[in-house]
Ligand binder design. Structure first.
Ligand code: SF4
Length: 222
């Protein structure tokens, strides 16, 4: 049986000394991720910024404060979710990560995703969105979940983008408030799949879900 905690620690240890791409030359601290490995929610951003690079933690500073407020809307704090990024080291001057850098870092995120086995993967920004929604445009697909057999993929605006454009705040809040409902839907789908012995992935149909703005519920952890 896989020791998930040990696997997650091994990923963090490897990230901290990783030299697989040139971002290792300019980083201060690598940022493996933070949170509960038993979390139902995995949030994936783009890459560490200035403050994250200094502290070795994801989503600190203004974007982090805003993310904390969004999580509080559904009765959660960051210790109850897992937060990481597509690349674990800061791109200089906050430039976009290159395709080669994302590819070099991919095995770490793949392992984290597998070990956490979340109910919902929330993408924050373009680069994590592209991992699950190739060619997707955030203005068109934000707040629309895509269901697989065991998980929902859920694209949201990046918190920093919302801070730069406050007119998006209401939309962002409504999208976040749907997360508990989406998790309940995933639980139903997992249960139905296990009862049927059915291993065929189901395709998304977000129309089955209640619309934005429903009552948030406290989430139960595993
Ligand atoms: S960004 Fe990822 S692949 Fe590149 S050095 Fe950091 S941990 Fe290694």
């Amino acid at each position: 049986m896989i020791d998930r905690a040990a696997e997650m620690e091994a990923v963090a240890d490897q990230v901290l000394i990783c030299q697989k791409c040139d971002l290792s030359k300019t980083r201060t601290k690598a940022v493996p991720g933070y949170g509960d490995i038993n979390a139902e929610i995995l949030l994936i951003g783009e890459g560490p910024g200035f403050h994250e690079d200094k502290q070795g933690l994801p989503f600190v500073g203004r974007s982090g404060d805003y993310l904390d407020k969004l999580l509080a809307m559904i009765g959660l704090n960051r210790k109850q979710v897992f937060i990481t990024n597509v690349v674990k080291c800061r791109p200089p001057e906050n430039r976009d990560p290159t395709p080669d850098e994302i590819l070099a870092c991919k095995p770490y995120l793949d392992t984290q995703e597998m070990m956490i086995d979340p109910m919902i993967i929330v993408t924050l920004g373009r680069f994590s969105m592209a991992r699950y929604f190739p060619g997707g445009k955030i203005t068109q697909i934000h707040g629309k979940p895509k269901f697989d057999e065991r998980v929902a993929y859920y694209p949201l605006f990046h918190p920093a983008a919302v801070l730069r454009n406050p007119t998006l705040q209401e939309t962002m809040a409504q999208d976040v408030m749907r997360i508990p409902q989406i998790i309940e839907e995933v639980k139903k789908r997992r249960a139905a799949s296990e009862n049927n012995g059915d291993s065929t992935p189901e395709q998304a149909d977000s129309s089955e879900l209640p619309k934005s703005g429903g009552s948030p519920t406290q989430l139960s952890m595993f």
